[in-house]
Design a protein around this ligand. Structure first.
Ligand SMILES: O=C(O)CCC(=O)C(=O)O
Length: 241
């Protein structure tokens, strides 16, 4: 991981998960893309309460999706929650049913905590994932659906088993800054001082935010990990425009 552009800042906050200062790491990915990581976003006990609630009460499904011309059972459980009237989300040929925030009140509490940590944000949809062990994963992809616009902010809260979250730069001309450079990638990297891969171990109660052009220029994944035996629940808050 590039340490050159890694800043640690503290943001005083108020509210439930607060009365303390959240330590943020801000990682500048280059070309107007940025990641923020807050390891201790929600307090430990609260995080376990939310984990237990979500594990028991969310109507999890494991849909069949279509990737690279093949039908596969999605390798993790999922559920979609959205404010009524938004453009419907479709990914990998699958259109999830939109559940209501009102049916799962703790989701509104988590959303409120996220909004407090990210002033100016206003999320109206949520994709929840449950990884029941190390064989569950999400492959390389970007959340670059048109309904989120060109520079979506995506806030990802994790509970339960720690898993690796990897960001890898897309191999496109655009991702080199749009300069059409013919230089080898290694050389360009040296010049920019930006790494093309970043790995985060997402802790119980952490928040990771992707911003700017991260979805246009980067892929992300949570790979299989044989040693990750326990369940992990992840919530990704998004704004449908
Ligand atoms: O589980 C995670 O941390 C990532 C989930 C994800 O990539 C997605 O929902 O698009």
């Amino acid at each position: 991981m590039s340490l050159l552009k890694l800043k640690a800042v503290s943001t005083p906050t108020d509210g439930d998960n607060t009365n303390h200062t959240l330590k943020k790491r801000i990682i500048d990915l280059g070309n107007a893309s940025e990641v923020i990581y807050i390891q201790r976003f929600t307090p430990l006990d609260q995080s376990w309460n939310w984990f237990d609630y979500l594990d028991k009460h969310i109507p999890w499904t494991r849909p069949t999706i279509h990737v690279f011309g093949k039908s596969i059972v999605q390798p993790r459980d999922t559920c979609y929650v959205a404010t009524p009237g938004l453009t419907q989300l479709t990914y990998s040929g699958y259109q999830p049913h939109s559940y209501s925030w009102d049916d799962y009140p703790p989701l509104k509490d988590i959303l409120e905590a996220v909004h407090k940590a990210l002033p100016g944000s206003s999320f109206n949809s949520l994709l929840i994932n449950r990884y029941k062990g190390g064989n569950d994963y999400v492959g390389w992809h970007a959340d670059d659906e048109k309904l989120y616009g060109p520079t979506p902010e995506i806030a990802s809260v994790s509970f339960g088993c720690e898993r690796e979250f990897i960001l890898k730069k897309k191999p496109s001309k655009r991702s080199n800054g749009g300069n059409g450079s013919e230089e080898p990638a290694k050389k360009r990297l040296k010049k920019n001082n930006h790494a093309d891969k970043h790995t985060f171990t997402l802790k119980h109660g952490s928040l990771l935010v992707m911003r700017g052009y991260t979805q246009r220029d980067w892929h992300h994944s949570v790979p299989k990990r044989a040693k990750a035996e326990a369940t992990r629940i992840n919530l990704t808050f998004r704004r449908v425009l």
